[in-house]
Design a protein around this ligand. Structure first.
Ligand code: NAG
Ligand code: NAG
Ligand code: NAG
Ligand code: NAG
Ligand code: NAG
Ligand code: NAG
Ligand code: NAG
Length: 217
């Protein structure tokens, strides 16, 4: 065993190329799927369900460096873990960067954002994790439970400043969050429930009976 674990980070500016998706998302449903037209096993498609129309939008991605997409585990993995029928080409430019969030192949929430708009793709290649940051397609948010970008996902509240804040997931406006700044710059987050018939007013930032809750849920 060697302990040469390291981190390489790819910041993906223009996230996905939206093209003639070789994956038929109507047939596959939501999720990540190997591009059947790609004999190098590097290209995959993220199918996002648009609930209103019950249709899908396809976003195409390429697994980082030498990794390949394993259609069984539905994630990028080192080419030593999954043998593609045709040998994969490789190499893109890498920029080393700090946050080491990867512990296994797969997808994790991007800890540098609290609004669920981006996530990190983890691929362990030869003892080194490659972390690629992706922004969810416009109009979708990253759901850590499904590891997918989803139209209807409601991002849980996370403190970014001191004070009291409405709970966006509470349709009845009864609960709110208190954010307290710690000495080390992080925030402690506490959830409270307004007493009796009062509700939390995001304008007054307090519990009141003179506010009409109109959260759609
Ligand atoms: C995609 O799959 C659906 C359902 O299987 C099928 O009805 C449709 O014709 C397919 N579209 C294309 C472009 O192949
Ligand atoms: C895989 O993705 C790359 C990058 O966009 C693209 O140039 C290439 O044509 C794709 N390969 C296939 C077989 O679609
Ligand atoms: C590659 O795929 C073809 C067809 O799916 C299969 O017959 C062949 O055994 C595979 N080769 C390897 C090395 O896995
Ligand atoms: C892993 O790294 C070692 C040393 O850097 C190299 O010799 C070996 O070829 C690599 N293996 C793979 C599968 O990339
Ligand atoms: C994102 O989508 C919304 C509507 O869904 C649209 O108004 C907005 O312009 C889009 N933004 C970008 C950057 O595409
Ligand atoms: C995600 O999973 C956790 C634990 O299984 C559960 O408590 C939580 O409600 C789930 N969240 C969503 C949005 O599904
Ligand atoms: C910061 O301080 C809080 C409260 O003392 C503690 O719970 C938290 O773990 C600390 N965070 C870090 C990153 O040190």
């Amino acid at each position: 065993m060697d302990n040469r674990f390291g981190i390489a980070l790819f910041v993906v500016l223009s996230i996905a190329y939206q093209a003639h998706g070789a994956v038929n998302c109507t047939a596959t449903g939501a999720g990540r799927f190997a591009d059947p037209a790609d004999t190098t096993c590097k290209n995959y498609t993220l199918c996002v369900l648009v609930p209103n129309t019950n249709t899908f939008v396809a976003y195409n991605y390429v697994c980082p460096t030498t990794s390949v997409f394993n259609p069984a585990s539905k994630r990028c993995t080192a080419s030593s873990n999954f043998v593609c029928n045709v040998t994969a080409p490789g190499s893109t430019t890498t920029t080393p960067a700090p946050p080491a969030v990867c512990t296994a192949d797969g997808y994790v929430a991007d800890p540098s954002v609290t609004d669920c708009t981006s996530y990190i793709e983890c691929v362990q290649i030869n003892g080194t994790f490659t972390q690629t940051v992706y922004t969810c397609p416009n109009g979708t948010l990253y759901n850590p439970n499904t590891t997918l970008c989803e139209v209807n996902y409601v991002c849980p509240f996370t403190c970014t400043a001191s004070g009291r804040y409405a709970n966006p997931q509470d349709a009845n406006c009864k609960t709110y969050f208190m954010c307290v700044l710690n000495n080390n710059g992080s925030f402690s987050q506490y959830q409270y429930t307004c007493p009796s018939t009062s509700v939390f007013s995001p304008i007054a930032r307090m519990c009141t009976t003179s506010y009409t809750c109109n959260n759609s849920g």
